[in-house]
Unconditional design. Structure first.
Length: 282
């Protein structure tokens, strides 16, 4: 848990494993199922986000790239993530996929490239990971990570003798806290990114509403603050300009230890998942 939580700000960053001096903004902007991506990302940049989470499967890398160029922000101030889904796994496919993503983004490099999911099996997962490491060595990507990986998937990387991933992006919110995976990642210095941090908008749980009322805040603020104070990197998504801006207003209050404990008590384990959550895939 972040001990000096009140010192968090919209510009807070976290250092990534095996990338000395390379830092990732602690609040990201997700673009899954965002069909108005370019203006949404531009609005996010105006609101202060500097971290955008895309994927090849989202089919909006080009729109994200357009927003980066149109924003006028220096490239080094923007952190761009993409991912390769299992049907594109394999050594050669991954190398080609990295080049295709670079072309779609219109960028010289990608900050973070994740293996999107573990469904391709051990052999292809490791071949994909090897290809991403080579793309990193070639300067095409800055750091390599994974998504939806359980402990056995992470141990598979270790057993193969590769550097461990810098990031594991998993479904993460008070109802699905993935505690064994989070503990493993903390022990191995893997940064945990949280997708579905806002419960896909279903934030009407009485406990969450009660905590939100106590702080005179929106439920979204409570959920994102819980994530940040746990040291996670949440990836809220929205196409609504007001909500995009609102989701950044997290840094002028702090949840008390007692309220963090109350939210922690909502955990339902795997039964609390609201997405595919394939961390147990073979």
């Amino acid at each position: 848990m972040v001990s000096m939580a009140a010192q968090l700000s919209l510009t807070s960053t976290i250092e990534l494993l095996f990338c000395p001096g390379f830092r990732m903004p602690m609040l990201g902007f997700g673009v899954y199922k965002n069909y108005d991506t370019r203006p949404s990302v531009l609005e996010a940049f105006k609101a202060g986000y500097r971290h955008v989470d895309s994927a090849q499967a989202y089919r909006n890398e080009a729109a994200v790239g357009e927003a980066v160029h149109e924003s006028g922000l220096p490239r080094e101030e923007v952190f761009i993530t993409t991912k390769c889904v299992s049907k594109t796994h394999g050594y050669e496919k991954t190398l080609k996929g990295v080049d295709a993503s670079l072309q779609k983004f219109g960028l010289d490099y990608i900050d973070l490239f994740l293996i999107h999911n573990p469904h391709s099996g051990t052999e292809k997962r490791l071949a994909t990971y090897k290809a991403l490491q080579e793309a990193r060595a070639a300067g095409k990507i800055h750091t390599v990570g994974v998504s939806n990986y359980g402990i056995h998937h992470l141990e598979e990387i270790r057993a193969a003798g590769y550097e461990m991933p810098a990031v594991n992006q998993i479904e993460l919110h008070p109802f699905c806290q993935q505690r064994p995976i989070v503990h493993y990642c903390r022990q191995t210095a893997i940064v945990v990114q949280a997708y579905c941090p806002l419960l896909s908008g279903k934030m009407d749980d009485p406990t969450i509403l009660s905590v939100a009322s106590k702080y005179a805040r929106d439920p979204a603020h409570i959920l994102l603050r819980w994530s940040l104070q746990n040291g996670f990197v949440p990836l809220p998504k929205s196409a609504n300009p007001d909500r995009i801006r609102s989701n950044t207003r997290l840094f002028d209050f702090e949840l008390s230890p007692e309220d963090m404990e109350i939210l922690d008590g909502l955990d339902r384990g795997k039964d609390g998942a609201i997405s595919w959550n394939p961390v147990d895939a073979d």
